[in-house]
Design a protein around this ligand. Structure first.
Ligand code: SAM
Length: 284
């Protein structure tokens, strides 16, 4: 079924007596070019496992299935399930009606044959971060993630140190993944038109994290503490963080041993420098 135009989408919704639900971020893709770019970036094909989050009307899903990939899609809206069954009728797609954030992902993927999965999602923007975190918590089962995200979030994911967009989400994602921008997407390629522009990003899970740290939990605690008070110096941010529990003298010694100037702001530190800092603390 061709769903890459607003009249076709409206017709399909009307046939099922449905309207797009704002609370579930339902803005359906209606652009052929963008659709092709998503499918091509996913690398879907014979022998590839694809998990799609939020298939909506099945616009992207049907194209993914037509590549010969094994496709499982998870849609939270019960009312869209009959639409998906209709659109995907002759295709080999498993449709699951669940809130993705309530799934036990490792168990869910194991039940479906395990292995590694490519994840595709044109997501409601308010759940982008928890979805990325959920996926990367199971990164041994995920090879890459192709996401349509709000333009601002795409900038945060790709941000470099000492920029306004750089934050703990940037460090978290760049630590686990290589990131590339697939394309910038105008808000006019959706029905209904959302308030913001989007971008498609591809996160390829690294074989090894971007830096070698001895204790990942500690590394992310340091990162969170440094960004928690991003206008403070690194020394003040780390020594006043309840999560770190460092007094000023300890923080000073660790930062100095790491060869970092404690007068810098945490937001100027590279991932490597955060790694050195966490490793120095471990040695102490
Ligand atoms: N992929 C479709 C497309 O490109 O046209 C639909 C995209 S729409 C932006 C987001 C979809 O995610 C909607 O179908 C919505 O119902 C679904 N959704 C929202 N929250 C979800 C959740 N927690 N788990 C699974 N699906 C969800």
């Amino acid at each position: 079924m061709n769903l890459t135009s607003a009249p076709q989408v409206k017709k399909l919704l009307a046939e099922h007596d449905l309207r797009p639900k704002k609370r579930l971020g339902q803005n359906f893709l209606i652009d052929r070019n963008v659709l092709d770019r998503i499918v091509s970036a996913s690398g879907a094909g014979q022998g590839v496992n694809v998990l799609e989050i939020g298939p909506g009307l099945g616009t992207v899903t049907q194209e993914l299935a037509d590549t010969g990939a094994k496709v499982v899609c998870v849609e939270a809206d019960r009312e869209l399930i009959p639409v998906l069954e209709d659109v995907l009728a002759d295709r080999n797609v498993e449709i699951v009606n669940q809130d993705f954030l309530k799934i036990d992902l490792p168990a869910f993927l194991k039940e479906r044959g395990g292995g590694r999965w490519v994840v595709v999602g044109n997501l409601p923007y308010y759940i982008t971060s928890p979805i990325i975190t959920t996926l990367l918590d199971s990164k041994q089962m995920v090879s890459s993630i192709i996401l349509m995200v709000q333009r601002e979030v795409a900038m945060r994911l790709q941000a470099k140190p000492a920029t306004d967009d750089y934050g703990s989400l940037s460090v978290f994602v760049q630590y686990h993944c290589e990131i590339e921008s697939v394309m910038k997407v105008s808000k006019n390629v959706f029905y209904p038109v959302p308030d913001v522009d989007s971008e498609i990003v591809k996160l390829t899970v690294r074989e090894k994290p971007a830096v070698c740290v001895r204790d990942e939990n500690l590394f992310f605690r340091v990162v969170r503490a440094a960004f928690g008070k991003r206008r403070k110096t690194l020394l003040n941010a780390l020594s006043s963080s309840a999560e770190m529990g460092w007094d000023k003298e300890t923080a000073h010694r660790i930062i100095e041993n790491a060869g970092i100037d404690g007068g810098r702001r945490g937001e100027t530190l590279s991932i490597e420098e955060f790694g050195t800092l966490a490793n120095r603390f471990q040695e102490k």
